[in-house]
Design a protein around this ligand. Structure first.
Ligand SMILES: Nc1ncnc2c1ncn2[C@@H]1O[C@H](COP(=O)(O)OP(=O)(O)OP(=O)(O)O)[C@@H](O)[C@H]1O
Ligand SMILES: [Mg+2]
Length: 266
């Protein structure tokens, strides 16, 4: 059940001093992150800065070497009500090599934890989720025959079919055409208005820009900015404002902003 968004801020995602090490590489180096109910937080940063690693630690794929992560009030693990969490991994083949139809892949989003049977009414829910990503007529298609962008949209539908309270997306619109990005942004707008909380890894804010309430920028496994979303240069120029540089002594943030071709609002 979703609670109204005017309820006092409830922490939905919490990471405290999260470290992740693989061999000698320190990939996350003490990440603190809080996402409250109703927020749409964009997780930004250059390639290799640790965004996917962080997101995987939050959904329990990576066990952090130090620190704590909590989702929906419970430590990441079997105590989390995973039926309320939707996750879209970064660009992975939706079919996993097994010839499944789009409908089957989306329906797998209704299975979690101990739920090994599809719930009553699953066909309608799957059809609605496919409609939300503009693929309502492709349910019977084998996913491996869909285009890369269409497969990505199937993964989004697989996350949406749960009607989650929390959606964690790792570059959901990479490789998705502008029209489908717009449709995705419109779907997200409706869900967010209905109380959905979102943590989304992005390289550019793109069509989601109006929805994003806060940006967290990672640089070399650390949070280097947590606050107002960076504004794309193009928009800034269009608005006729002078280019504003990030604070002079914050070199890391400046580097991040340059790497992303973004600028940070004062
Ligand atoms: N299990 C692992 N073992 C070794 N190295 C890893 C492991 N997981 C991630 N890395 C390394 O950690 C760094 C961060 O990877 P990650 O996928 O989190 O980056 P990212 O910010 O998501 O980048 P991109 O924007 O390219 O998706 C990379 O250099 C990657 O090679
Ligand atoms: Mg990544």
């Amino acid at each position: 059940m979703r609670m109204s968004t005017d309820h006092p801020a409830v922490t939905v995602v919490e990471a405290r001093a999260l470290h992740f090490r693989a061999g000698a590489s320190h990939i996350l180096r003490g990440v603190d992150l809080t996402v409250r109910r109703g927020e749409v937080v964009a997780l930004l940063g250059a390639n290799g800065s640790g965004k996917s690693t962080l997101v995987k630690s939050l959904v329990g794929i990576n066990a952090p070497t130090q620190g704590e992560a909590r989702l929906l009030g419970a430590p990441v693990g079997s105590g989390v009500d995973w039926s309320r969490v939707g996750y879209v991994p970064q660009r992975s083949g939706a079919g996993g090599g097994i010839p499944s139809t789009a409908q089957e892949v989306v329906a797998s989003g209704l299975l979690h934890g101990r739920r090994l049977r599809l719930p009553r009414g699953w066909r309608e829910r799957v059809a609605a989720a496919l409609d939300q990503v503009g693929l309502g007529d492709r349910g019977g298609d084998p996913v491996h025959l869909l285009s890369g962008g269409q497969q990505q949209r199937i993964l989004i539908a697989r996350a949406l079919v749960r009607e989650p309270d929390l959606l964690i997306l790792d570059e959901p619109v990479a490789g998705v055409d502008v029209a489908s990005q717009e449709a995705f942004a419109a779907t997200m707008r409706r869900l967010v208005d209905d109380g959905l909380t979102v943590l989304v890894v992005l390289h550019e804010l793109g069509e989601l820009e109006p929805l994003v309430t806060r940006a967290v920028v990672l640089g070399h496994g650390k949070v280097v900015h947590d606050g107002a979303p960076p504004r794309p240069r193009e928009d800034h120029d269009r608005a006729g404002h002078r280019h504003q540089h990030p604070h002079a002594d914050d070199n890391t943030l400046g580097e991040q902003a340059r790497a992303l071709d973004l600028e940070v609002r004062p």
